[in-house]
Design a binder for this molecule. Structure first.
Ligand code: ADP
Length: 365
């Protein structure tokens, strides 16, 4: 008995948290050195002022804490406390009722001053809000600029084409060349701008995810790619695919981009694409669907496996393979918007497998 009292004393005196011994009516019997430090009072003063002298009595959570503790015998949560100089600070409190050796009900209360943690949380929250705001502004900027640039560019492009049709061969050879470059540049810019617009529409035109049969979506994509598949003598196969909670138009965009790339970047052999999906469990226990789109094409040097997901990043000249380099950036934005990840595993000349995950229950994430 004596030994356990000794142990209790040591814990009480040296605890890095404030420890109080109180009664259910708010009387305080003892306070340890850390309690004296955080409240700025001596033990005697703490005992004198009692619970109402150290708790912020205007904290609306107080009544609930007292009632819950009386009902269940314990309580863990946050509450505001008051220092001797009247300043209020947030505390994390854990308390439990027990019977002392005379059978009297007492309460052991442990309090930790969480001012610093709260400050850090607040800073993080406001930084996140700031980031979100600047992200929204950027999105808006990309949308508005790409949308509004389309009109004047259409005009430039059509007048240049008119110039080309009317005056080709009537001026000198140099003039023909200049007009050709101007027309070519304008039409490339049109493609880039419309791709940028499509990229920003991933968020501006987003719809609420809803349960969707991914196999059905894949089949719709395959029928829209029918000619392209046939012209390239490609074979596309798939395993049974699950129901997922997605914006179905966007899932179709992902399938379309990955399959079309698998065909476009083919090697010597006729392109073969295989799509499959399996359930995986990740550390934090939320299960995900892992989709894969595998091809037998030219492959990607692993050192570019992250770069290729950036806007307008391409590994080939447009004369070798057509495209603007926006497809994978769109896929990444779509998948991340759904709470998933996308990546590629590949080696040059050995085909590529694109993986993406989709949470099984997006609300949990
Ligand atoms: P685009 O197809 O218009 O070039 P993407 O964003 O879809 O743009 O792809 C970016 C780059 O990643 C491509 O230019 C290509 O170099 C590489 N890439 C994408 N998919 C594949 C693939 N299946 N096999 C080999 N390289 C690929």
């Amino acid at each position: 008995m004596l030994e356990s009292e000794e142990k209790y004393r040591t814990f009480f005196e040296s605890s890095i948290d404030a420890v109080l011994l109180t009664s259910p009516d708010g009387t305080i019997y003892a306070a340890n050195p850390e309690a004296c430090r955080i409240f700025g009072m001596t033990e005697k003063e703490i005992i004198k002022v009692g619970r109402d002298g150290i708790v912020d009595t205007s904290d609306p959570r107080l009544q609930f804490v007292l009632e819950e503790r009386a009902r269940t015998g314990k309580f863990k949560g946050e509450l505001n406390y008051r220092r001797k100089d009247g300043t209020i600070f947030p505390g994390e409190m854990s308390s439990a009722l027990f019977h002392d050796k005379n059978g009297t009900v007492k309460i052991a209360v442990i309090i930790r001053d969480i001012t610093e943690r709260k400050k850090a949380e607040e800073t993080l929250k406001s930084k996140l809000e700031e980031l979100q705001r600047s992200n929204d502004e950027l999105e808006q900027f990309a949308y508005v600029s790409s949308h509004d640039l389309q009109e004047p560019l259409r005009m430039i492009s059509s007048y240049l084409q008119l110039l080309q049709r009317r005056y080709q061969g009537n001026l000198d050879e140099k003039a023909d060349k200049y007009i050709y470059f101007a027309v070519d540049g304008a039409s490339r810019m049109q493609v880039l701008i419309s791709d940028l617009l499509e990229f920003s529409r991933v968020t501006t035109r987003a719809r609420e995810p809803e349960p969707t049969d991914s196999e059905l979506i894949l089949n719709q994509v395959l029928s829209s790619l029918y000619l392209y598949i046939k012209q390239n003598r490609a074979t596309v196969t798939c395993d049974p695919l699950p129901e997922v909670t997605v914006d179905n138009t966007q899932l179709a965009q992902v399938f379309q981009n990955l399959i079309a790339n698998g065909i476009k970047f083919h090697g010597e052999e006729a392109p073969k694409i295989h799509i499959s999906a399996k359930k995986i469990s990740v550390e934090n226990k939320v299960s995900e669907w892992l989709f894969s789109v595998q091809d037998n094409g030219i492959g990607i040097d692993p050192k570019y496996s992250e770069k290729i997901f950036e806007v307008f990043k391409r590994l080939h000249k447009k004369e070798e393979y057509q495209g603007t380099g926006i497809g994978l950036a769109i896929c990444k934005k779509i998948i991340e918007r759904h709470g998933g990840h996308i990546w590629v595993e590949s080696e040059l000349g050995k085909g590529a497998t694109f993986y993406f995950t989709l949470p099984i229950n997006p609300k949990e994430v």
